[in-house]
Design a protein around this ligand. Structure first.
Ligand code: GDP
Ligand code: MG
Length: 302
């Protein structure tokens, strides 16, 4: 008689929520590593980045969707379509709400969208460190009025409060199944894309500019060397000469800082020495160009 092997579980959890509610922070915390871009600016998550967590016998894949908001431009529409597609494909849906912001228009729209899917979801009230307990309970009651949520969790993605309980819940909730990824794999994003995300994050943090769509980063080359180091060459595309000047900074100081910060993160992520070469290029209207959409897994025609 063979010993009984414990049953493994596997599933996808779609993380939905308005821009800036803390979805990326939560996924990073759940996965326990920096996987998706976290930024104080809105709508920096352009692609459906996956974070993969292992808890006990369960492997849980988090789909950190682009923020679902009112679409106006083509890129907005593509992002919204990608977000709902991610949700529909998942085993579980999880709505993240910034409890300091409450039930605003963005969140209301997503709640309506969720109701339309006719599937139950999990409610995560995030940023509990920012509000008083009584307002938290009132918000929870308001959101739970329609019976849309099978469970409610109150967490601080930033501080970590409640996140372990949430992870344990997901581990129980995903269906039985074989793991789809190696146990140590944290993200299925190709390394080049991940490396581009790192640089893009530094661009936002260092320039303090509201340029959400004005720039994109592409990894052009990836050359491993015999000594274990890697040479990464990236292009930063901006739409105007004036934006190029901002990114370069006086005497190239800005791009130097961005490069240094990105290199530090990349070296830690890849666990090797990194030689990073950044080129800032002006290319008008990149957000209307089809090739970028495919690269980011978005549907140009959404
Ligand atoms: P996303 O757009 O939903 O992915 O949001 P991000 O994860 O990028 O977070 C947006 C901002 O909220 C960042 O500045 C985070 O540091 C902050 N944030 C996320 N979670 C918490 C939290 O639990 N408490 C507080 N105080 N801030 C948080
Ligand atoms: Mg995000």
């Amino acid at each position: 008689m063979s010993a009984e092997t414990p049953e493994t579980r596997f599933g996808f959890v779609a993380v939905l929520g308005a821009p800036n509610v803390g979805k990326s922070t939560l996924v990073n915390r759940l996965v326990g590593a920096k996987v998706t871009i976290v930024s104080p600016k809105v709508q920096t998550t352009r692609s459906r980045v996956l974070g993969i967590a292992v808890k006990g016998q369960s492997q849980i894949v988090f789909v950190d969707t682009p923020g679902i908001f009112a679409p106006k431009k083509r890129l907005d529409r593509a992002m919204v379509a990608a977000a709902w597609k991610g949700a529909a494909d998942a085993d579980l849906m999880c709505l993240v709400v910034d409890c300091a912001r409450g039930l605003d228009g963005d969140t209301q729209r997503i709640v309506s969208g969720l109701a339309g899917t006719k599937r139950s979801a999990v409610l995560v009230l995030n940023k509990i460190d920012k509000v008083r307990r009584d307002s938290l309970l009132a918000l929870s009651a308001a959101l739970n009025r329609d019976g849309l949520f099978q469970d409610t969790f109150m967490v601080s993605a930033l501080g970590g409060d409640g996140v372990e309980d949430l992870l344990a819940y997901f581990a129980r909730a995903v269906p039985p199944g074989v793991w789809h990824f190696p146990a140590d794999q944290l993200s299925d994003l190709p390394q080049r894309l991940l490396a581009a995300e790192v640089t893009r994050e530094k661009l936002y943090l260092e320039t303090h500019q509201e340029l959400p769509y004005a720039l994109t980063v592409v990894t052009d080359a990836w050359e491993p060397f015999r000594d274990g180091s890697v040479k990464i060459t990236q292009s930063i595309f901006v739409e105007r000469e004036s934006q190029r000047a901002i990114v370069l900074g006086k005497g190239g100081q800005m791009i130097k800082r961005i490069g240094a910060a990105a290199r530090t993160d990349l070296a830690e992520m890849l666990d090797c020495k990194v030689h990073l070469f950044l080129h800032v290029k002006v290319r008008e209207k990149w957000s209307e160009q089809r090739e970028h959409y495919a690269l980011w897994g978005l549907d140009y025609d959404a």
